[in-house]
Design a protein around this ligand. Structure first.
Ligand SMILES: *[C@@H]1O[C@H](CO)[C@@H](O)[C@H](O)[C@H]1NC(C)=O
Ligand SMILES: *[C@@H]1O[C@H](CO)[C@@H](O)[C@H](O)[C@H]1NC(C)=O
Ligand SMILES: *[C@@H]1O[C@H](CO)[C@@H](O)[C@H](O)[C@H]1NC(C)=O
Ligand SMILES: *[C@@H]1O[C@H](CO)[C@@H](O)[C@H](O)[C@H]1NC(C)=O
Ligand SMILES: *[C@@H]1O[C@H](CO)[C@@H](O)[C@H](O)[C@H]1NC(C)=O
Ligand SMILES: *[C@@H]1O[C@H](CO)[C@@H](O)[C@H](O)[C@H]1NC(C)=O
Ligand SMILES: *[C@@H]1O[C@H](CO)[C@@H](O)[C@H](O)[C@H]1NC(C)=O
Ligand SMILES: CC(=O)N[C@H]1CO[C@H](CO)[C@@H](O)[C@@H]1O
Ligand SMILES: [Cu+2]
Length: 578
């Protein structure tokens, strides 16, 4: 880990330790589950309940109001694993699932969602009060707030990390405004997902189960594409990794890597069991035809490099939140946390009757441990022997959005990613531009403009950076030369212009993969590289300015989507102005 100590380390308070110990139960007598105990491919892949986010009145779509709760319940992750306490989204406790229901919205038809926190007073997982954390003053409940990832919407409904609330809205964070969120759904069709975003608790609340898929469909634009459709042939796959205790409880280490500073926080959570749509290593019987899979990486920190055991390929049609211009065929797919791959797989091309979806991404990515026999497997497809009639096709061109023009950018920003370590070389926290989350906002883009951001990764990890509201295109990725010299300057000055970043960003260029050259809301920032992105603060499908006031309080945020980094605190405010 990189040694950077220019900024003072957070102080560790004894009161916090006392509280933390009170909240922690004794787990010493319950062992960790050996993943070999769970036979692979014995549970069927669930399709989560689908909730239309619009009403049909006399055949016309009308806006709809939904109430979606967060419940504590038990969830069966595997045939041979006792039921696991989880936090789950659903329209009722009985209906709640992990991941939550798939919400299917129609382009141009608004949806109102009242997200209700019905969680108990105590968390089911350990957490750490020494990192900046949403803590309800009376500790009457678990703070939560829902962010719709990829949504182009107003700040009051963005799920700002300090807009959290506890059960029954008894306690609320400082930027809470309204119990009902309004989603315009007037952006381009694509894949979104909803998940908790509470300050300092995101990693634990997602690990507990607060995730779900959300799709914006535009039949007029998407219908003619001919892609596989309908619930059977068009499916979200929400991929996560978890470790378990033998009693079925989710395992999260109660001891931090650097416990005198942070008693519980660790820089990355990795689980050995790969869970798809809430089942460990599930199986799906498929017809010999094309399927569309919207693969959402909802892991805290694990990157996946997917490939098929039998050589089947992925036809990419979209990425996070937007279609790409033309399909791209690949034999493997690297997905960072929170990234989405929207792919068609044609099982009629399979030479075999089964195909295992595998993973071979090291963890942490890219220089950590190699996958093992457990986390190297994701799920199994059992392919029917006979060909089936397949009315779907993949067209030569998909949806073209106006191509980005970096010369039109009105502003250039430098975003440097830092990791800090203690005297024992253990990570203590991470920051963007050396600034804390609560430091005054520095990114203040104008509505309707584009900006060039140079993201400078001064750490050893690959950080998937996610920007709320704005979509971006990755223009290039250039390796730093003489990076020690540059890093020393940055540590002293924390100013990329004064440290002459352009003098150092002239090493090798790494190509952006073809299927990731479209509009994205998260991208993998390579360690030791400067990644140049063009961020657009307007709709990409119409090039129009937003239909709502994006300048309202509490504004937005941008952050690393390794949840353990985001929580401690690789996140900064983003405030739009007129
Ligand atoms: C809360 O949001 C709903 C839905 O957008 C709106 O109808 C209502 O007026 C808002 N309430 C307040 C107090 O702003
Ligand atoms: C939990 O984390 C501590 C500190 O890094 C480590 O020593 C310990 O081995 C971890 N426990 C397990 C079960 O991985
Ligand atoms: C999933 O996301 C995590 C964290 O954002 C990332 O570390 C991991 O590589 C991603 N995995 C896949 C398959 O994309
Ligand atoms: C995919 O193709 C690339 C380039 O052709 C090759 O290097 C790689 O080994 C292939 N991966 C798999 C899993 O077949
Ligand atoms: C598969 O095709 C064969 C030959 O046409 C036919 O006899 C058999 O019934 C089919 N099986 C199924 C499951 O449709
Ligand atoms: C989109 O709008 C911006 C600002 O109004 C303009 O600079 C740009 O040229 C437009 N792009 C396209 C492709 O129309
Ligand atoms: C660029 O890549 C080449 C080949 O991999 C390598 O030999 C060289 O050292 C790299 N240059 C820099 C500046 O990293
Ligand atoms: C400038 C800088 O800190 N670069 C680091 C980027 O990541 C590599 C590892 O991949 C480190 O070796 C560099 O020091
Ligand atoms: Cu990160």
């Amino acid at each position: 880990m990189t040694q950077m100590q220019r900024f003072t380390l957070p102080h560790f308070h004894l009161t916090c330790l006392a509280l933390f110990l009170l909240l922690g139960t004794s787990w010493a007598d319950v062992g960790l589950l050996d993943p070999a105990k769970l036979k692979m491919f014995v549970d069927d892949l669930p399709d989560m309940p689908r909730i239309p986010a619009f009403d049909l009145v006399n055949g016309y779509p009308k806006s709809k109001s939904l109430k979606i709760g967060m419940f504590d319940k038990r969830w069966k992750f595997h045939r041979d694993l006792p039921r696991t306490p989880v936090f789950a989204f659903g329209t009722s406790k009985l209906a709640a699932t992990v991941p939550g229901p798939t919400i299917e919205a129609l382009q141009g038809v608004e949806t109102y969602v009242t997200w209700q926190n019905l969680l108990p007073r105590m968390h089911i997982l350990p957490w750490d009060p020494t990192i900046p954390t949403a803590v309800s003053p009376d500790r009457k409940g678990v703070p939560t707030v829902v962010h719709l990832h990829g949504n182009i919407g107003k700040p009051q409904s963005d799920g700002h990390s300090t807009s959290w609330f506890t059960a029954g809205f008894k306690e609320k964070g400082p930027t809470w405004t309204n119990a009902t969120y309004r989603y315009f759904n007037n952006q381009q069709p694509g894949n979104l997902w909803y998940h908790d975003h509470a300050l300092g608790l995101t990693r634990v609340n997602l690990l507990a189960g607060l995730i779900g898929a959300y799709i914006v469909r535009d039949p007029a634009v998407e219908g003619p594409l001919g892609l596989p459709h309908g619930n059977e042939f068009d499916r979200p796959l929400v991929v996560t990794d978890r470790s378990f205790y033998t009693n079925g409880y989710i395992y999260m280490n109660r001891t931090g890597d650097n416990p005198t500073i942070h008693p519980q926080w660790q820089p990355e959570y990795f689980g050995d069991v790969i869970v798809v749509n809430g089942k460990a290593w599930p199986r799906l019987t498929v017809q010999r035809r094309k399927y569309r899979f919207r693969i959402i990486n909802a892991s805290n920190a694990r990157f996946y490099k997917f490939f098929f055991s039998n050589g089947l390929r992925f036809i990419h049609v979209g990425a996070d939140s937007a279609y790409i211009g033309a399909p791209v065929l690949t034999n493997e797919t690297l997905l960072a946390p929170s990234e989405i791959a929207d792919v068609v797989v044609d099982f009629s091309e399979s030479m075999t009757d089964t195909a295992i979806l595998q993973n071979d991404a090291p963890y942490p990515f890219p220089s950590g441990d190699s996958v093992n026999e457990f986390n190297g497997k994701v799920m199994k497809f059992i392919i029917e022997k006979n060909q089936t009639a397949d009315p779907s096709w993949v067209p030569d061109s998909l949806i073209q959005y106006p191509s980005p023009d970096s010369s039109s950018a009105s502003h250039t920003r430098y975003i440097a990613l830092y990791e800090y370590t203690s005297s024992t070389d253990d990570p203590t926290h991470l920051l963007i531009n050396g600034l804390k989350y609560e430091d005054p906002v520095t990114e203040i883009p104008k509505v309707g403009t584009s900006e060039v951001w140079y993201v400078i990764n001064l750490t050893e990890d690959n950080h998937p950076v996610h920007i709320h509201l704005g979509l971006f295109v990755v223009l290039d990725q250039t390796e730093l030369v003489n990076e020690d010299e540059f890093k020393n300057c940055m540590l002293k000055m924390n100013n990329a212009v004064k440290c002459q970043v352009s003098k150092y960003a002239r090493g090798n260029k790494t190509e952006v993969p073809a299927h990731e050259r479209g509009w994205k809301n998260v991208y993998k920032m390579l360690p030791g590289y400067v990644t140049k992105i063009l961020v657009r603060f307007a709709y990409i499908h119409s090039n129009q300015s937003y239909t709502f006031d994006a300048t309202a309080e509490p504004g937005y945020v941008y952050h690393c989507h390794i949840l353990d980094h985001e929580d401690n605190v690789m996140m900064r405010p983003l405030k739009l102005v007129k």
